[in-house]
Design a binder for this molecule. Structure first.
Ligand SMILES: Cc1ncc(COP(=O)(O)O)c(C=O)c1O
Length: 472
């Protein structure tokens, strides 16, 4: 039973009210309308509670604040609240703001809500960094500085291509670490690689492009993104030397490629194929879109410079914080030729959170990114070693690829394995992983894609041993 505290009414009418946050409520009353002012307040609130726009537990303005907002005497609101409490719509507690009572509501359709994260005992899902190592303190310091330093221009919409300080920091960083030929004017900040890819596809389509080749196997989301932009996506096959340039269709306008570490096979694009690709781009006036998603992680081989460095006029370079820091940041970048940069500027969907951009600029400038990468490279190398050793012990006849770099290995299994069934059983046992079929590749040897970035060496060893029992 909902009640009003015994002295609530008296106190409301007598007390001067407390200073505090004034809550607004979408409600209006008028002396021109039928009914008393009190009746209008009551009816407005009843309707809002019934139709679900005021949810159970929602806080309402104090009687003083609502009276001031509506331009009526406080007594009118006090009487209306008391009546609604008596009817079970509101609950009142002394010293607290009124709330909508539970149980007075029509059930409102809930959205699906975020998908629940599966609880995994062993998480071999690829393409994820170890976010438990996110440099919270350094990031918090950079964010604090950014909030203090951001100027009025950048607090507005600013340049849609990004905050100038970050474009300068990225151009320097990418030139130094990846051999990218970058100037701040051609460096564009995005909400991550996939957003950057979508923007590039829209800009290309606006310039008349029709066909885009996408590495196969590859991240399946890319095909949908290209198609949504009005391009026709076609498959670009990959072998042990990387993209098979000679097999690209004759009319291709753009090619999406992962030269440093093909995703997901782990192959490095061979020097001969790089040269072949650049020659093809030049002869057709086509563009390569280089996804340099995890090139920072290499263990047993020297860094492979960015393809973009070979021909900045025919390659758009793309990078992301999703593998080096955390996907949650939704921060990426691209370096584009001048004509494409101009076309990108004209897109309405460009632009991302500018305080975070400035924070990331500070993070790069002061060496926090280099420091973090050095630390993570060591950590991932140990985990990679544990993964290779565990596979040698538990699945000795499996063939490993792509172990020299990145955050996952590909594991070609001997014999016949029903990949979807294996995934289902693994999931039931709390083991998360991917197979080549998840990237559109359904022929050839069954192949697991095992990420090693998210577990300690001991967990990797235990997980691989359990996984091996399922593979048979
Ligand atoms: C091949 C590849 N590139 C890039 C990304 C990162 O995309 P984003 O920056 O949109 O998170 C992913 C994400 O999993 C990926 O698999």
């Amino acid at each position: 039973m909902v009640t009003v505290p015994p002295d609530w009414y008296q106190r409301q009418v007598q007390s001067p009210g407390r200073e505090g946050v004034q809550l607004e409520l979408l409600l209006s009353v008028s002396r021109e309308r039928a009914g008393t002012l009190r009746g209008q307040v009551e009816q407005g609130l009843r309707t809002a509670v019934r139709d679900g726009s005021l949810r159970a537990g929602a806080v309402l303005p104090s009687t003083r604040d609502l009276a001031a907002q509506l331009g009526v005497s406080r007594k009118i609101v006090v009487d209306a609240y008391a009546q609604l409490a008596a009817e079970g719509y509101l609950t009142m507690r002394q010293g607290a703001r009124p709330r909508v009572a539970s149980g007075a509501l029509r059930p409102v359709a809930e959205g699906a809500g975020p998908p629940s994260t599966p609880s995994l005992r062993f998480d071999f899902r690829p393409s994820r960094p170890d976010v438990s190592a996110f440099p919270r303190e350094a990031w918090a310091r950079c964010l604090r500085e950014a909030v203090g330093e951001i100027n009025t221009e950048d607090l507005g919409y600013g340049d849609p291509l990004g905050v100038p300080a970050l474009r300068v920091a990225l151009a320097d960083h990418l030139g130094r670490t990846r051999g990218v030929v970058a100037s701040p004017g051609l460096t564009v900040v995005t909400n991550g690689y996939l957003h950057g890819l979508g923007s590039i596809c829209h800009a290309l389509r606006a310039r008349g492009a029709r066909t885009i080749a996408i590495e196969h196997p590859g991240n399946p989301e890319q095909t949908a993104i290209a198609a949504r932009a009005g391009l026709t996506p076609v498959r670009a096959p990959v072998d042990e030397l990387g993209l098979r340039v000679a097999d690209l269709p004759g009319d291709v306008d753009a090619v999406v490629v992962t030269p440093a570490h093909q995703h997901p096979t782990g192959v490095v694009l061979a020097p001969s194929r790089r040269a072949e690709l650049i020659a093809l781009l030049r002869s057709r006036g086509a563009l390569a879109i280089e996804d340099d998603y995890d090139a920072e992680y290499r263990y047993d081989r020297p860094a492979v410079g960015a393809l973009q460095g070979l021909d900045p006029e025919h390659v758009v370079y793309c990078g992301t914080t999703s593998k080096v820091l955390a996907p949650a940041l939704r921060l990426g970048w691209l370096v584009a030729p001048p004509a494409l940069t101009a076309a990108l500027r004209a897109l309405p969907e460009l632009g991302s959170a500018r305080v975070e951009q400035l924070a990331f600029a500070r993070f790069v400038e002061r060496g926090d990114l280099d420091r973090h990468l050095r630390r993570m490279r060591l950590r991932y190398r140990r985990r990679r070693d544990a993964m290779v050793a565990a596979l040698a012990a538990s699945l000795p006849s499996a063939e490993l690829h792509g172990i020299a770099a990145g955050l996952h290995v590909t594991v070609a299994l001997p014999g016949v394995v029903d990949e979807p069934a294996l995934l289902r059983v693994a999931r039931m046992r709390g083991i998360g992983l991917a197979t080549l079929a998840d990237y559109g590749h359904t022929s050839g040897r069954p192949t697991l894609i095992l990420g090693y970035s998210q577990m300690t060496e001991a967990r990797i060893t235990a997980g691989v041993a359990e996984l091996a029992t399922l593979v048979g």
